[in-house]
Every structure is written in structure tokens, then in C-alpha cells.
Design a protein around this ligand. Structure first.
Ligand SMILES: C[S@@+](CC[C@H](N)C(=O)[O-])C[C@H]1O[C@@H](n2cnc3c(N)ncnc32)[C@H](O)[C@@H]1O
Length: 325
């Protein structure tokens, strides 16, 4: 049985209040909104609806006016017979198709960050760098208009890209967002901000740990997103050596699509092998230290070949051990 088409007069189908700042609209597609067309081969096209304009593809064209005024979730035919699925883009779709300055945090990782760094409505979150603004959109969605996201970016040209992307997604200047041009390591202490969560997505997050420690409230969370194992090691050891955080947790998430068709049920052939590692740790209260670890480090972990930061409380014999000891 076909779904009952809701009427525009149903109050439950009214558009979301603008002051929710969700970046989502309900109801008929309007001029000025972005839509996402998907063709029969799965190719995607995102564009802004402009009255009188045409969308061109390798299968002819579609008048924007044919789309404006209709409820999303329909199929439209182009002038040369191509079929296109029409929806508003989801946040996870928007961030992978928007213009990029720097590499973006992928949606699977943004979801992990929001959940494991415990980003909550009303939270005050600092992030650096802002890059293209992908993670910024997820953070703003999670804190809502009563929270605050203070983004820091040292490259003006990336900040410009992020500003345009965030404005496009939310349809205006989100009231919870501020963007500062500068290096977090200097600009955050200078701002005097006291915050609940700090997300570091940059090449050298260890350079910003001292600033993060100074700004985080006790119980607050620092979360780093790093691409390589050498960065992972250096950040984790810097957190341990700092001494004002709990034992850091490190992990990565892998997402595998499945092909499900009759008796052919198997993992998909294509999988994103690696995006980045995540590390989280909680800020201790001023002057408080985490408990001394009961377990000794693995043999050789901090032996003569190791040159990175070292936890302060290592027993001397651990420093003499090499890997083959
Ligand atoms: C990978 S991008 C961030 C991507 C962003 N999270 C997103 O989802 O679109 C890293 C950014 O960090 C910026 N950056 C690096 N170190 C920084 C620092 N110490 N303070 C502020 N920004 C920094 C770089 O200029 C770059 O734009």
C-alpha cells in the first residue's frame, strides 16, 4: 500500500524552527536550498535550487523549477531519459561533497568523536584546526544553539572555506560558533576560555596539549585525531608525561559495508582501509595525579632506542631494557 502523503497543513510536517539550527528543512523543496541528485549508476550531484535554472548532466537536463515545491524523495527524468533520485543532502553526505581546503574528518569518525568525546547540548567545545569545517558542523549540531564551539585555524584560506561550508550547511551564521585565526597553542591561552571538551585535528597535537590542559575544566576531555602511528605514539606519550590527564585511550574504527542480495550476502569489496586514530583522556583536577600504574611497561617499550616523551614514574630498570632483552 502506498504511503499516505502528508498534507502541508499538518502541523507535524511544518518546517523545523530556524532557532533549532539543525541545518535540516522539512516540507517542499524551496529555492535557495541544496539538493542531491543520484543517477542510476550511483553518481551524485549537489546543487542549489535556483528558479529558472537548469541542471545539466550527460543525460540531458532537468529544470530546477521541476524540483522546487515538491516533497523530497522522488525520482525525476532528465530530458534525455536519465532517472535521478532527489533528496536533501544529509550532513554525512554534505561534508564529503562540500569544497575542501584541508582533508576532512570522515562521518564515521565524526560520529565516534561526538559519542566518545561526549559532546552534549550546551557544551563549550574548542576545536583546532577547523580545516574545511566538516567536524565543526557535527560539533555545532551536537552542542546546539545553547552551546559554544570555538574553532581555531592558523591558515586564513582554510578558515574561509570552513566559513562558507558551515554557513551553507546551517543556512546562516550559527550563533554558537566563533572562529579565531591563529595557532591554538598561543591563541587559546590568550583567549582565557574555560571549556568542557577539546578536539585536536592537526599534524602536531602534542604542541597544543599544554594549552588544552590550561583551558579544560576538571573532568573535561581532550580528543586527538591523528593519521599515523608515529603521531599516535607521540601524542599518547605526551599526555602520559604531562601527568594531569587520565591514562589515554587509543583506537580506530573500521566500517565495512555488506552486500545483501538473496543468497549473496557477503562483505562489500570496497572498504576505506584507514582514516585516522582517535585518542581521548580526561583532565584531572588542578594538582591531582592519576593513580600510579600497577602494570609494568612492555619490555623495551621505553628502552634505549626510545626517544619520545617518557612518563615521569618509570622504574629505572625499565629504561635499561631493550626490545630483545
Ligand atoms: C586536517 S585539517 C582539519 C580538518 C577539519 N577537522 C575538518 O573536519 O574539516 C588540519 C588543520 O589544522 C590546522 N592547524 C594545524 N596546526 C594548528 C594549530 N596549532 N592551531 C590551529 N590550527 C592548526 C591546519 O592549518 C589545517 O587546516
Amino acid at each position: 500500500m502506498p504511503d499516505e502523503t502528508p498534507t502541508a497543513s499538518d502541523p507535524h510536517d511544518a518546517d523545523l524552527p530556524a532557532d533549532a539550527w539543525s541545518g535540516v528543512h522539512r516540507g517542499p523543496l524551496r529555492a535557495g536550498e541544496w539538493v542531491r541528485l543520484t543517477d542510476q549508476k550511483g553518481r551524485r550531484h549537489n546543487f542549489e535550487l535556483v528558479p529558472g535554472k537548469r541542471f545539466f548532466s550527460n543525460r540531458g537536463h532537468i529544470e530546477h523549477d521541476e524540483l522546487i515545491g515538491r516533497e523530497e524523495g522522488f525520482t525525476v527524468a532528465s530530458s534525455a531519459g536519465g532517472e535521478y533520485l532527489v533528496f536533501r543532502p544529509l550532513l554525512s553526505e554534505f561534508v564529503v561533497s562540500m569544497p575542501r581546503g584541508a582533508a576532512v574528518v570522515y562521518p564515521k569518525d565524526a560520529a565516534q568523536i561526538v559519542a566518545t568525546a561526549d559532546i552534549f547540548p550546551g557544551a563549550h567545545v574548542v576545536e583546532a584546526g577547523v580545516g574545511s569545517g566538516a567536524l565543526t558542523c557535527s560539533l555545532l549540531r551536537a552542542v546546539g544553539p545553547w552551546g559554544r564551539v570555538s574553532s581555531y585555524e592558523r591558515r586564513e584560506e582554510f578558515a574561509d572555506v570552513a566559513r562558507a561550508n558551515v554557513r551553507q550547511f546551517f543556512g546562516g551564521d550559527h550563533p554558537a560558533w566563533s572562529l579565531t585565526i591563529g595557532d591554538l597553542a598561543e591563541a587559546l591561552p590568550a583567549s582565557g576560555e574555560r571549556v568542557d571538551r577539546i578536539i585536536l585535528d592537526m599534524l602536531a597535537p602534542w604542541d597544543c596539549l599544554e594549552a588544552a590542559a590550561g583551558a579544560l575544566r576538571p573532568g573535561g576531555i581532550v580528543c586527538a585525531y591523528v593519521a599515523t602511528t608515529t603521531q599516535l605514539s607521540r601524542f599518547v606519550e605526551t599526555v602520559r608525561a604531562h601527568g594531569g590527564f587520565t591514562e589515554p585511550a587509543a583506537w580506530e574504527s573500521l566500517v565495512r559495508d555488506w552486500h545483501v542480495e538473496g543468497l549473496a550476502v557477503r562483505p562489500g569489496h570496497k572498504m576505506i582501509g584507514h582514516t585516522a586514530f582517535l585518542v581521548t583522556a580526561r583532565r584531572m583536577a588542578p594538582g591531582a595525579r592519576p593513580p600510579v600504574k600497577k602494570r609494568r611497561p612492555a619490555p623495551g617499550a621505553y628502552g634505549p632506542d626510545y626517544t619520545g616523551p617518557r612518563p615521569a614514574d618509570l622504574p629505572p630498570q625499565v629504561l635499561d631494557q631493550s626490545f630483545d632483552a
